[in-house]
Ligand binder design. Structure first.
Ligand SMILES: [Zn+2]
Length: 303
């Protein structure tokens, strides 16, 4: 049995290697003998989930065996995102972006979901057609619903892979049709205190123009200096994860939608806000600093 560590040295799956995902891969190998129609990969990082999807595609389409060789024509095409038997959809890609800057991931919208149906109706050149879908939580409701319709009429040659940070973020009807594999969460992820996690969740809603973040932090005695600092530190870490293509939390996914320019501006603003709250002696009001910071990100993100 070839261990994953052989492949790590090849640098094919750096994000999976960092997570130490050997057990998950062994599980995938046994599944490849009778592949389920829908696999859901959760946990890990965004980069690791995509690597796992490529790995799964190699396991099913390798020209040699179910323990992929990573050097036949099929494996090579998969690893370079050029395999014609794979369609990849992302709910965060808009139709406009798809047109202007076509990449491996097309927009996960109702139209592309319906197109899938026609494509899946053709006989695959290799053993299977594979469909990778990510960014599902960010798509309009029509797309997941169109996907559900396709899944209701299963085809033996179509394999779907859903990539989500956590299963709770997508329709329960999609989850119930999937076989779920959970990747280990990144080792450097500290456990976030519940009050900080709640505040981050409110902030995520605020960035999407929902909830009562500003009212909540304005309440007397709510936003202490230490909570404000912990909040900013969490934002800072999230920005770093986004920059290193490891976005997995809801906040990271939202920040990941910012343009490169907006992202570097967000880093500067986070740093500035941290500095304002650094000294215990200067009379700054944490709610004011955080409200101004949040508004900046909100307006920048919505432009
Ligand atoms: Zn191969």
């Amino acid at each position: 049995m070839r261990p994953l560590s052989d492949k790590i040295s090849d640098n094919l799956f750096p994000a999976l290697a960092r997570l130490g995902a050997d057990t998950t891969l062994e599980h995938l190998h046994s599944l490849a003998r009778r592949p389920p129609q829908v696999l859901l990969f959760e946990g890990g990082t965004e980069a690791a989930r995509l690597e796992l999807a490529r790995y799964w595609a190699c396991a099913n389409l390798c020209e040699r065996d179910e323990r992929p060789c990573f050097c036949c024509a099929s494996c090579k095409a998969i690893l370079q995102d050029q395999c014609l038997e794979i369609r990849a959809l992302d709910g965060r890609v808009s139709s406009k972006e798809e047109e202007e800057n076509p990449g491996f991931f097309k927009s996960f919208n109702a139209e592309n979901s319906r197109d899938l149906k026609g494509w899946l109706g053709n006989f695959p050149r290799l053993r299977y057609h594979l469909v990778f879908i990510t960014g599902i939580a960010a798509s309009r409701a029509e797309a997941p619903n169109a996907l559900l319709k396709i899944l209701e009429e299963p085809s033996k040659s179509a394999l779907f892979v859903l990539l989500v940070p956590q299963r709770e973020q997508i329709l329960p009807t999609l989850v119930s049709r999937s076989l779920i594999l959970t990747l280990p969460y990144p080792l450097d992820d500290e456990v976030i205190a519940p009050d900080v996690a709640d505040l981050i969740a409110l902030f995520c809603a605020f960035l999407q123009d929902k909830g009562n973040f500003l009212e909540q932090i304005g309440q007397k005695g709510f936003l202490t200096l230490s909570l404000a600092r912990a909040f900013l530190s969490c934002c800072q870490k999230s920005l770093i994860h986004v920059l290193s293509a490891c976005a997995s939390s809801p906040l990271e996914i939202l920040l990941g939608r910012l343009s490169a320019k907006a992202l570097s501006q967000a880093i500067v603003w986070t740093q500035e806000a941290c500095e304002m709250l650094r000294s215990d002696l200067t009379p700054v009001s944490p709610p004011r600093v955080i409200a101004a910071y949040a508004m900046r990100l909100f307006f920048f993100g919505s432009r």
